[in-house]
Design a binder for this molecule. Structure first.
Ligand SMILES: [Zn+2]
Length: 326
């Protein structure tokens, strides 16, 4: 199948379809081909798009998507399920967050560029062929190698129709933590383009670390099936996990407490700790044990992200704090 040929509306009904779609040629004469898993129901209904490994070192969704594919039967499905288990193929090959081919972070280049480099082309293909057809979109992320984040479902926090549908789907997903992000969503993300297209979206996080905990994979599998039941696509839902936290705040992990000095970072707080403004968050030291910088909270809130890799360069993100919903 060529990149220009794909149209989910033209897919045969009542099928499970697993194929690779040409995105761009490789310098060695091969091709970058995006894996696509689709289930087309025999009955009409919504279109749900699910993606994973937008960052190449986040594995939970890579494992969850084939399990979802296995569990959804075309005979019992209303509508269409479209899933890409690995979006950033070059980054996945090298277990990196961003692409080693063009150096780009796929979560910063949406809606992409059909005439651009490989990362821009992947974003363009996903935007033009999947997101524009979606009634709801779920992007499966996790903390990757560098950062630790609790298992959560992120949604667009807004009083409008899109925000209400995003929150309802997030509650249906059933992760232990809800994290809402007020509009506007920062540009370049898959969910920012989905929002621009009027498509309600969700994304996940999990501790990650180059390892997919089976419980997180299971949470993501159950979550997608729960959302499908919420949308009326399937009859039976696995059920939600108990909600422990509902948090609201800027989800832009580019704007966090960052390292004022290079060195060895040791956090002194735990994930989900509630901290006051000025609380001690961590220390950066050198090889001789000298403290180079003490990191203090610039605001009160809940610790939602901690840097995992101890070695830090100046400007590396260390700690992100968000708000609890009262
Ligand atoms: Zn990610």
């Amino acid at each position: 199948m060529h990149v220009e040929d794909f149209d989910p509306k033209q897919l045969p009904r009542g099928q499970k379809i697993a194929q690779r779609i040409f995105i761009a040629g490789r310098a060695d004469g091969g091709a970058w081909r995006l894996p696509l898993l689709a289930v087309t129901g025999q009955r009409p209904g919504p279109t749900l798009v699910v993606t994973a490994a937008v960052h190449g070192d986040e594995y939970e969704g890579v494992e969850a998507i084939p399990q979802i594919f296995e569990r959804v039967s075309p005979a019992e499905l209303w509508g269409t399920l479209l899933m890409v288990p690995v979006c950033n193929l070059p980054a996945y090959e090298t277990s990196q967050r961003s692409s080693p081919v063009d150096g780009l972070n796929l979560a910063r280049v949406f809606p992409g560029d059909a005439g651009g480099s490989i990362t821009q082309r992947i974003a363009d293909w996903i935007t033009r062929n999947l997101l524009i057809h979606a009634d709801l979109f779920i992007d499966l992320h996790s903390g990757g190698v560098a950062a630790e984040i609790p298992t959560l479902i992120g949604y667009i926090h807004d009083d409008g129709d899109l925000g209400r549908r995003s929150l309802a789907a997030a509650r249906a997903f059933g992760a232990p933590i809800l994290w809402g992000h007020p509009m506007p969503v920062p540009p370049g993300r898959s969910i920012s383009v989905a929002t621009d297209l009027g498509v309600p979206s969700l994304y996940t996080e999990a501790p990650g670390g180059g390892y997919a905990r089976p419980d997180d994979v299971s949470c993501f599998v159950d979550g997608v099936l729960n959302v499908m039941a919420h949308l009326g696509m399937i009859d039976h839902a696995p059920g939600q996990r108990p909600l422990t936290h509902h948090l609201i705040g800027d989800g832009n992990l580019d704007t966090i407490h960052s390292a004022p000095a290079a060195g060895y970072f040791r956090a002194t707080v735990q994930l989900l700790a509630e901290v006051e403004s000025g609380a001690h968050l961590g220390t950066i030291a050198d090889f001789f044990g000298n403290v180079l910088a003490e990191i203090h909270a610039e605001r009160a809130g809940v610790v939602i992200m901690l840097r995992r890799v101890h070695r830090v360069h100046v400007g590396d993100g260390l700690v992100h704090i968000t708000n609890r919903v009262e």
